[in-house]
Ligand binder design. Structure first.
Ligand code: C5P
Length: 256
């Protein structure tokens, strides 16, 4: 798969209209567009329908977490809408994740169902945050544990932070899809992301897809920013090229 197809842009913009206009500019430069809960709650499913109708691949990032019957019905709707990927919280449990799989199969268009990903541990959470919610474990341990459960439930992969990529890959093998947010090119604003990596470092650690929001959407030239990230991913995917060595950064380390 080409590097460009592995880049997911988070369309976290103020309105569906602004998101659609940005998607038009980025079309052909990136692999997927992620539509999250803010635009979806504020403006409904129109942006998703528009993007799918234009032939774009959509990652519907609504992180379903409910009783299995409700998640099954929501998953059916997501698949019927033609999204390429959607996600559920692994903490909803194995039965809930199995219900998501069943619903997606029921709603699939022409037998092509979406990839279903489990959210393990949000990248904004640290050890103290997990203690507060009673998980009593490190983010890494919790992520691996939930990834294993997601695989057992028949999901395709996980959303995982940069430092969790390697342990999840080791534990679950190469077919399990790892989608990684918290990506910051060297020198970029970290925003509130506590665990982050450069595009090259995340690819080298074994991520299948990268989710990038503000470093692209808030760049003066979003197309140039996306192209630069794709070039960095390409260099990391071709490990013999010397270009990647200087730009990789270390997974989980502060970048500046
Ligand atoms: O702007 P930024 O690159 O930080 O955007 C990251 C995107 O990935 C946001 O849409 C955020 O909701 C999402 N995300 C995340 N951490 C997770 C799961 C999703 O940052 N664990």
């Amino acid at each position: 798969m080409a590097a460009q197809e592995k880049l997911i842009v988070a369309l976290d913009l103020a309105s569906a209209d602004a998101a659609a206009r940005l998607a038009e500019r980025l079309r052909g430069h990136v692999g997927l567009f992620k539509v999250g809960p803010v635009i979806f709650t504020g403006e409904g499913p129109f942006l998703v329908r528009y993007l799918v109708a234009e032939g774009d691949k959509v990652f519907l990032d609504l992180k379903f977490h409910d009783i299995p019957n409700t998640v099954r019905a929501a998953a059916r709707e997501a698949a019927a809408a033609g999204v390429a990927m959607f996600n559920v919280h692994a903490t909803g449990g194995r039965k809930m994740m199995e219900a998501a799989r069943a619903g997606a199969e029921e709603g699939a268009r022409n037998g092509h169902g979406p990839l279903i990903l489990a959210v393990t541990v949000l990248t904004s959470l640290g050890r103290e945050d997990l203690d507060e919610i009673g998980a009593g474990t490190s983010p890494e341990e919790q992520a691996v544990r939930l990834a294993r459960l997601a695989a057992r439930a028949g999901l395709d992969g996980v959303v995982a932070s940069p430092e969790e990529i390697a342990p999840i890959r080791r534990e679950l093998g190469s077919a399990f899809q790892i989608v990684t947010p918290g990506i910051r090119p060297a020198g970029a604003d970290a925003n509130e992301q506590k665990r982050r990596a450069t595009p090259a470092a995340a690819i080298q650690a074994g991520a299948d897809y990268l989710v990038v929001g503000r470093p692209i959407t808030e760049a003066p030239d979003p197309v140039a920013a996306a192209d630069a990230i794709v070039r960095e991913m390409e260099a990391a995917l071709a490990p013999d090229l010397p270009a990647q060595a200087g730009s990789a950064g270390r997974v989980g380390q502060p970048l500046h």
